[in-house]
Design a protein around this ligand. Structure first.
Ligand code: GP9
Ligand code: MN
Length: 412
């Protein structure tokens, strides 16, 4: 029954923050385009390889007057990778610790971002040029109430315009804007890119910078495929402008999860000019870029707030002027004055503005120095675990069945 939900509800509500009036409704009724940047980590932003800029377009965007760029933002995914990030964006809750929530809990009741935006008269969709059943998406998207899935069958895929898993990101962006033109407005669509996927191979004609020279081929190629995706994002922006969709939209982009695993620490140490990669470095390397671009708003800034994927849902919904005060979510609006500098990874590591907890050790967040005295981390270890436990309780017990999100009441 619903009694289990009462504690959970109290916990989640006590973590809720007030929206910021300056930003609430700033992008009301605009189209929402959320882009999952495959395997994009934040260390490539404003950085070079062999003297060449890796992400020229995103770097420019990060400084733009209409862009909020978050440089201290982390992925919170587990084994479900891209699909976990999608789950977090839609629900502001953790995926499960034991697999991909898209597989394990696709029969659950959810209150997704798509649900909220359907209520507001939005057409909701996902665009991704892969087989619809990958990650069980076709089933899970029904549970998330996403109206339309533009899967591989919505795209024109040929030998020339595809590589590895499917359509390359540049033709994907071009064809996706053509699809957007057919959507009723306002729309909320999530685009999932693919070219920058492990093992980061690409055709010669799509390599615009030289590979790195660590000798670790995976890492060396990564810079080239990131650079290609950066170009694809530029193509998207240009085409949105050309087709008159740009001004009425808000464009949100996040790196879904790491691309370079700890198996490649030697090459990463070389690139980052470090002796070795410590647990502190590994945690910091889970930072992924996050952008909120609101055309013609004159609002933008580089933000250093410690933040994560969980924060996307409340932040975007509040920008659209959609109330989430009754929603059970684990993230906080990034523009709220009460947003906390505290994020927890799926595996229990956490980061604040003062400390990083990783490998069961406590580190100074600024210097990376290991703190022999763990008292700065200890109370937070419990808080981090509690957050994960409460989220797991909701998912494992399918507890949203008992929740009335209109009134905030628990039905027994
Ligand atoms: C597959 C794509 C990549 O459709 O989303 O998935 P990933 O391996 O990154 O989870
Ligand atoms: Mn992915």
């Amino acid at each position: 029954d619903g009694s289990e939900l009462t504690d959970v509800t109290n916990y989640v509500k006590s973590n809720q923050t007030e929206p910021n009036k300056e930003f609430y409704g700033l992008a009301k009724k605009r189209n929402v385009i959320i882009i999952s940047l495959e395997s994009m980590q934040n260390f490539v932003i404003n950085n070079k390889v062999n003297g060449q800029t890796i992400t020229p377009f995103l770097n420019k965007l990060a400084k733009d007057d209409d862009t909020f760029y978050f440089d201290n933002f982390y992925h919170q995914t587990g084994l479900g990778k891209t699909s976990d990030a999608e789950f977090i964006v839609e629900n502001s809750m953790y995926g499960t610790g034991r697999g991909a929530v898209f597989f394990t809990n696709s029969g659950n009741k959810f209150e997704s971002m798509s649900d909220r935006l359907n209520d507001q008269g939005y057409a909701t969709s996902v665009m991704h040029s892969n087989n619809k059943s990958f990650w069980n998406r076709d089933i899970m998207y029904k549970a998330l109430n996403i109206d339309t899935f533009y899967d591989v069958e919505s795209y024109d895929v040929t030998d020339d315009n595809s590589a590895n898993w499917g359509l390359k990101d540049i033709p994907f962006m071009e064809q996706s804007v053509d699809i957007m033109k057919t959507m009723p407005q306002p729309f909320y669509t999530r685009m999932l890119t693919l070219s920058n996927h492990f093992p980061f191979t690409s055709d010669d004609e799509d390599q615009f910078i030289e590979p790195y020279d660590s000798g670790d081929k995976t890492v060396d190629r990564y810079f080239q495929t990131v650079n290609y995706t950066d170009k694809a994002v530029k193509v998207l922006f240009d085409k949105l402008k050309k087709e008159g969709l740009y001004d009425d939209s808000i464009i949100v982009m996040y790196g879904d999860h790491y691309g370079i695993s700890e198996n490649h620490n030697d090459a990463m140490a070389k690139y980052l000019d470090k002796e070795s990669i410590t647990p502190y470095d590994s945690a910091k390397l889970q930072s992924v870029p996050f952008f909120i671009h609101i055309p013609d708003s004159g609002k933008g800034e580089v933000m250093h707030e410690v933040s994560g994927e969980m924060d996307i849902r409340p932040t975007v919904l509040h920008l659209l002027g959609v109330d989430t005060s009754k929603d059970l979510q684990f993230g906080q609006d990034l523009f709220s004055k009460d947003h906390e500098n505290f994020i927890t990874f799926r595996d229990g590591r956490f980061i604040t503005d003062k400390v990083v907890y990783a490998g069961e050790a406590c580190y100074d967040a600024k210097t990376g120095e290991k703190l022999e005295d763990k008292t700065a981390c200890e109370p937070l270890i419990q808080r981090a675990n509690e957050k994960l436990d409460v989220s797991d309780k909701i998912i494992n017990g399918d507890l949203l069945r008992f929740y009335d999100n209109k009134t905030g009441a628990v039905n027994e």
